[in-house]
Design a binder for this molecule. Structure first.
Ligand code: COA
Length: 260
């Protein structure tokens, strides 16, 4: 499938999705969100893809936010609709994929850009990255899950400060906050992401998908994460991957998981 605003590449079990609007610092317009939805869906459905890496094109930005030019004249209903559709199509969608998604944050991750990185399962940043939720400087609040996911990752107090000041933090601060897992030199970012992907790919895709689901369950209102874990744990015993993993261990060989 061909896209106007994103690039996709498959290499060695990893699909890399690159947001490609560098002249607009990869800002998320409606078309880009729709294309990202399609690309993530296709990669998740592709049995050859074991890990997805998401990054931005150019030296400067991962994503500098939602495209401000698209919503500047919206009314109350249109504003709420923008947030609801975006959350459904992209942010919640990515968070709930069974294929692991690594955000390789290669520069500015602001507003919707940071919200998108936070929807991914793992975040790695380059040393030039800057992150923030500047929405209140525009007279609006984060609408793509930022008020919920930022406190989950950095704690309520830090999230309050980041959102109310609309300021940016450096990659080092983000590491210190637990907002990203690693900071690496800009030119090593994708290779580093590939290294994490390689470690993930040694393990059972079926169990990894279930682990993502159960970890997310604990953050959902009205869902008991411990109960979800018990059910998920039991579920794994019925999979081919479980038979292969345990048999391989007992036979002292490397497991060859099929993801079944
Ligand atoms: N929406 C739409 N366009 C955006 C954008 C966004 N969120 N972020 C950047 N752009 C566009 C700029 O309008 C500019 O386009 P132009 O060349 O056609 O005028 C281009 O990207 C380059 O941005 P520019 O502001 O010139 O780069 P800079 O290096 O001076 O500043 C930023 C970089 C990230 C600090 C600045 O672009 C910025 O503050 N962006 C908005 C961040 C934001 O508030 N995001 C939250 C949105 S809810």
């Amino acid at each position: 499938m061909s896209y106007n605003n994103i690039l996709t590449q498959f290499d060695n079990g990893v699909t890399t999705i690159t947001i490609n609007r560098p002249t607009k610092l990869n800002a998320l317009n409606k078309e880009t969100i729709a294309e990202l939805h399609e690309a993530f869906k296709a990669a998740d459905n592709d049995s050859e893809t074991k890990v997805i890496i998401l990054t931005g094109s150019g030296e400067k930005a991962f994503v500098a936010g939602a495209d401000i030019s698209e919503f500047a004249d919206f009314n109350v209903e249109e504003g709420a609709d923008l947030a609801a559709k975006g959350q459904e199509l992209l942010f919640d969608f990515v968070e709930n994929l069974s294929t692991p998604v690594i955000a390789a944050v290669n520069g500015f991750a602001l507003g919707g850009g940071l919200e998108l990185a936070m929807s991914c399962h793992i975040r790695v940043a380059s040393d030039n990255a800057k992150m923030g939720l500047p929405e209140v400087s525009l007279g609006v609040i984060p609408g793509y899950g930022g008020t919920q996911r930022l406190p989950q990752l950095v704690g309520k107090g830090r999230a309050m400060e980041m959102i109310m000041t609309a300021g940016m933090i450096t990659a080092e601060q983000a590491l210190n906050y637990g907002l990203v897992n690693h900071v690496v030199a800009h030119d090593q970012l994708l290779e580093f992401g590939m290294g994490i992907a390689a470690k993930i790919m040694k393990n059972s895709p079926k169990a990894i998908g279930k682990a993502i689901e159960v970890i997310n369950a604990g953050f959902k209102t009205g869902v008991n994460g411990y109960v979800a874990e018990i059910e998920g744990f039991g579920y794994c015993f019925g999979t081919e991957d479980f038979k292969e993993g345990t048999t391989a261990f007992l036979e002292k060989r490397k497991a060859a998981f099929t993801g079944e």
